[in-house]
Design a protein around this ligand. Sequence first.
Ligand code: ZN
Ligand code: ZN
Length: 216
Amino acid sequence: MAPIKHHLSDSLLMAYSAGTLAEAFNLVIATHISMCDECRARMESFDTVGGALLEGCDTASLDAGSLEATLAMISGAPVERARPAAPSRAGIFHAPLRDYVGGDLDSVRWKKLGGGVSQYLLDTSRDATVRLLHIPSGTTVPDHGHRGMELTLVLKGAFIDGKERFARGDVEIANEDLHHTPIADVGEDCICLAATDARLKFTNLIPRMAQPFIGM
Ligand code: ZN
Ligand code: ZN
């Protein structure tokens, strides 16, 4: 595997470590970490800092979310967060993604979205959505903007977005400021894992009309 070029931000790793993100984002982050030694090391340092802060913390100064997390820790109950697995070299999907799908790429029951693109929605809490996308080589994803955050992790093939190329292991972080038209690179179909917490803003009428049916 070529070295990963596009990584998670510190703020995302910190939020993941603190357990404040939606399950859908946790899955993308845990899957990236299972493929990326650099982000795993950064996440572990945030885990250490977070643990030290909690030990020296007066509970009255914590907000409701972290109080809940602290109480869960004290009671020994796990805070809901997909854990990255040790890196494995076999297959396309690493754990925890493999557990969500119930197998590797050949277990995915794809549903057609139109324009050659297929998706498979994964079962997570409803505050955000995560899906696998299959984009045939050379195919363009309809031009769109974002109302919230979109995290896209490449699992197979590559896509081009503007001047940047995202290949296996790379993660793209998009927010309200980014309007884009990603294209699957030629040579191989692109499979990615994409999480969003709000509907996309499609520029053209046809994808916009299809949105209620495809859940994007
Ligand atoms: Zn990384
Ligand atoms: Zn996007």
